[in-house]
Design a protein around this ligand. Sequence first.
Ligand code: BGC
Length: 718
Amino acid sequence: MTTEIARRIESLIAQMTLSEKLGQLTMLAASLVETGPPGPHNPATMVREGRAGSILNTWGAKEIREAQRVAMEETRLKIPLFFAVDVLHGHRTIYPIPLAEACAFDRALWQRTAQEAAEEATRDGIQMTFAPMLDVSRDPRWGRICECAGEDGFINAEYAKAKVIGFQNAPAQPERRLAAVAKHFVAYGAVNAGRDYAEVDVSQRALEEIYLPPFQAAVEAGVLGIMPSFTDVAGVAMTAHKPLLDDLLRQQWGFEGVIISDYNAIAELIPHGVAADLTEAATLALKAGVDIDMMAGAYEQGLPVALERGAVSMDEIDRAVRRVLKLKFALGLFDNPLRGLEDISPTPDSDPSRRASARDAARRSIVLLENRDQFLPWTKAPQNIAVVGPLADAPSELMGAWCMAGEIDETVGILSGMRTAFTGSTITHAAGGDIETGDAQAIAEAVHVTQAADAVVLCIGESRHISGEAASRTKPAPPDSQLELARAIVATGKPLLLILVGGRPFVLPQWLIDGSQAIIAAWFPGTEAGNAIADIIKGAWNPSARLAISWPVEVGQIPIYYSLRTTGRPNDPKNGFSTCFLDAPITPRWSFGEGLSYTRYDLSDAQVSATTIERDGALDVSIDITNAGKMDGETTIFLFIRDPVAQVTRPALELKDFQNVALAAGARQRVAFKLHASQLAYPGMDLAPRLDSGRIEIHVGTSSRPCDLKRVDIEVRV
Ligand code: BGC
């Protein structure tokens, strides 16, 4: 910040009334175009009186122009508003949900889609996104698992960096840069039983090892905002968590941006049971370091009383105002309040490369889970194909959790994608019922259509409304009515391709797996969904995605993840007193990193450049990978470590790096990773980082399954 800007900020603060200061700390969800009932809470009145400083979930020329006009022409101090929207996986062009995109294990892709979303969103007048969402989760019951990058802290940290750079730094023109807000700080993904908004009670070790690193990565990448989660962590409500928000985030990590509450979260400190009224709630949040009150009205109503009582000081209020004004200067709003706004909302087609990019992102995110007897690809397609299921012709559902500016008309459904791709085949369709309700007649029609076909593509799963926020489900599976439909389709005995649409891994009945020749996890693929799915089916794209989340066999296995710590009684089928379930396997249905391709990758000759490593040392780990099949392809190679003897128990495997490799059929390549000694350190008994002398196992390969990994050991000498 230049001294000139600092001077202008101080001069504004000096001129502001208390009400205007609290206005800068107040974020409204409002339209100023729709006039609404008059009164003190009318949004236009609030902006005009300087009682609101930012607006959420509003975009487009008409809305932005009017709101900013009121701020710039009708307020006393003429401070511009800023506009923020949840642009998580695209704005108008919708990309795959984050959980899906995580499965691409592709940093460049993560950055590119964020950059494109930033370019679209800023054209629509938005300057800030409430993204990336970095809540590592191992619980498919939690609907919001679709918004994160899966079960692994390291992956979420890599994803965080790529997204922050993509949104904020990568766009070449300053007015195309979108301020990012990393959320929801912290460990929201560990809500009890996957029930949204429930309590979180994780250890300090889990915070250090799993949940905090993605946020630290976002801060290191320069993220401009942080949003605390709705929940508590071990009894301390995050919106009032001074030790984590102020001491850790601001003091230790040096975060200089704004902290924005989640929606109404400051007022929710009252039902949380840590504040008696809005005054106490506002006091706690401000003192913890929350600068902006999203939609609770708590700062406006509570802080004047708190100030009078001496519970907060004007300095504390000014500090928050200063951070908000600094952000507005950084966004360039004082010089150009309509920064980046264009009068025509961008469509996926307005830049021809954007649709192609969305299609590429989607097909890189779709995971091929089963493919018996090389049922796919359909290079020579069946003559008559039945495309059935309630998600076959439901384009709006394919957009996923956050698609506020996404348009149904611009989204390609599965049926439509199949019709475009397989022009030589006859394609018939029956929905077989609604997404959540069964209908015997509709099932009979779907069976009828299937019986007349040579193969069936069964599209089942979730609507986007039963995935995402406030969408926890005790049965992470397609609703029962769809399973009834599936049973009837399986019973026809027709060759079956199962397409799973949804925001989480599903617990699937064994008969459905056995009855499917191939299974595809399509997730919510976005605007180009149908085309991308058809690309996979046809073999126009050789599937390359791998699971960023372990796929449970049974609900009772949850949480299940690859990096489980080793126990004193490791699983041993011959020993009844070893860790196991009596009624389910101990391993997932599909493991972290699993994902099929139409080719085969062989790994050989894992090597290290040195067998010992010292405290500040580094070495190279390399392996040969051969595309042993007949089709070109891309894949991911993972580098895990295991520390067999440490001061505390360590995960059975820990991911340290990954790389994408593109290999022509028959080609071989040597893939190398640089491994630094610092990557081998872990939080010791006292949680301070430590590096011990001794053996470290390095496991390199294509998934977390032992059969997909090659091992080489090194010795740490410190
Ligand atoms: C969600 C946030 C989101 C906010 C604003 C809340 O309900 O938890 O993730 O950014 O709404 O839309």
